[in-house]
Design a protein around this ligand. Structure first.
Ligand code: PLP
Length: 395
């Protein structure tokens, strides 16, 4: 009999973390590896936020807090939703966790029964299906093609809903494609769910602030009749370059918020008191950092998309947000190149050219790969040169 539980056997370790780890190991072994696998901004946390954390330490803000967030942080989150999304919530509709990841995990753990289905549009963030599986649910993966802009259509949503569907996950702008849903696209999906009367929506808005070309961000609770059936998740990791601080939050129906708090009370308890104080400053303080940083990301996005589309066999859409591109390598998977899958492509690319990217199949869509351009222009230039020579040598 195995010591490891059956539920753990249903899941696999995060492939994006695995690629980052592999790149780290190769670098430690002396190889000049460029890692384009990591999903975190390369910018440092702004100084005003760091100072708020130091102040919290010095003033003894170092004890347990309320399990699902300090009153000060909940107040800052309520203000954020009002200011940026025109959404009104009370503090019993807000929960704070150790990263958005914990909030999502707790949401699934507290709502899914065995066999309950969760609709996950692919390409998806790698953790959704495994979190659902761990909670005993069934991921229902709906592939969204490049021609559809990698976005779910109302027709596909309608078809995907069954008696067992509990949640639909929406992630805009998306990891891994950077695709963002327009107001109309969200409202058209919402219409299907309003008619259905039962399915809940988990809106993962973690990349809300990283967007380009005047792309207008909307979240489903704000522009539909589904607020009572939506859990809106967000966090400070990506917007404020605070991945290591581990603060995420969500707003939604009291019943779910209470259930999430119950799990948290018996597992991790409150997120770090110091990180919560820092998150209050992030949400209430000067927001100028966001604009400045988005400008830098846009330059990189433009450079990367242009460079990739200049490579024979590679095709790349221009995304609206986040810091990822999701190019197709299908043109290079054939007998001549001896590459059959996107996994072959990314493995060979790492082996021959020392560039680490993640295969599209890890995100639920074969024939693609994900590049994170949250790294310096210098690194990106070197990486694009290497990818170009690698691909040209294949043909
Ligand atoms: N959702 C998406 C789509 C992500 O890409 C990530 C992080 O990579 C998260 C949620 C979780 O972020 P965190 O746990 O750092 O708040």
């Amino acid at each position: 009999m195995s010591i490891i539980s059956d539920s753990l056997k249903r899941i696999k370790p995060s492939p994006t973390i695995a690629v980052t780890q592999k790149a780290r190991e190769l670098r430690a072994a002396g190889k000049d590896v460029i890692g384009l696998g990591a999903g975190e901004p390369d910018f440092d946390t702004p100084d005003n936020i760091k100072k708020a954390a130091i102040k919290a330490i010095k003033s003894g803000d170092t004890k347990y807090t309320a399990v699902d967030g300090t009153p000060a942080l909940k107040k800052a989150i309520i203000r954020k939703f009002k200011r940026e999304n025109k959404l009104n919530f009370s503090s019993d509709q807000i929960t704070v966790g150790t990263g958005g990841k914990q909030v999502l995990y707790n949401a699934f753990m507290s709502t899914l029964n065995k066999g309950d289905e969760v609709i996950i549009p692919a390409p998806f963030w790698v953790s959704y299906p495994d979190m659902v599986l761990l909670a005993g649910g069934k991921p229902k993966i709906i592939k969204c093609t490049e021609r559809e802009g990698f976005k779910l259509t109302p027709e596909k949503l309608k078809k995907a809903i069954s008696k067992k569907t509990k949640w639909l996950i929406l992630n805009s702008p998306s990891n891994p494609t950077g695709a963002g849903y327009s107001k109309k696209e969200i409202q058209d999906l919402a219409k299907v769910l309003v008619r259905n009367k039962k399915v809940y929506v988990l809106s993962d808005d973690i990349y809300e602030h990283i967007r380009y070309d005047n792309f207008n961000f909307f979240t489903i609770a704000q522009i539909s009749k589904l607020k009572d059936r939506t859990l809106t998740m967000n966090g400070v990791s990506k917007s404020y370059a605070m991945t290591g601080w581990r603060i995420g939050y969500a707003a939604g129906p009291k019943e779910i918020i209470k259930a999430i708090g119950k799990i948290q009370s018996q597992s991790t308890s409150n997120p770090s008191s110091i990180s919560q104080a820092a998150a209050v400053e992030a949400l209430n303080g000067n927001q100028g950092f966001i604009q400045k940083r988005s400008k830098a990301f846009k330059e990189r996005r433009d450079f990367v998309v242009r460079s990739l589309n200049n490579i024979k066999g590679i095709k790349c859409l221009t995304p609206n947000g986040a810091f990822y591109v999701f190019p197709s390598c299908r043109g290079l998977l054939n007998k001549k190149t001896k590459l059959k899958t996107d996994t072959d492509f990314v493995q060979k690319l790492l082996e021959k050219s020392n560039v680490a990217v993640v295969q599209g199949s890890a995100f639920g869509l074969d024939g693609y790969f994900r590049i994170s351009y949250a790294t310096s222009m210098q690194n990106l230039k070197k990486a694009m040169d290497r990818i170009k020579s690698f691909c040209e040598n294949l043909i």
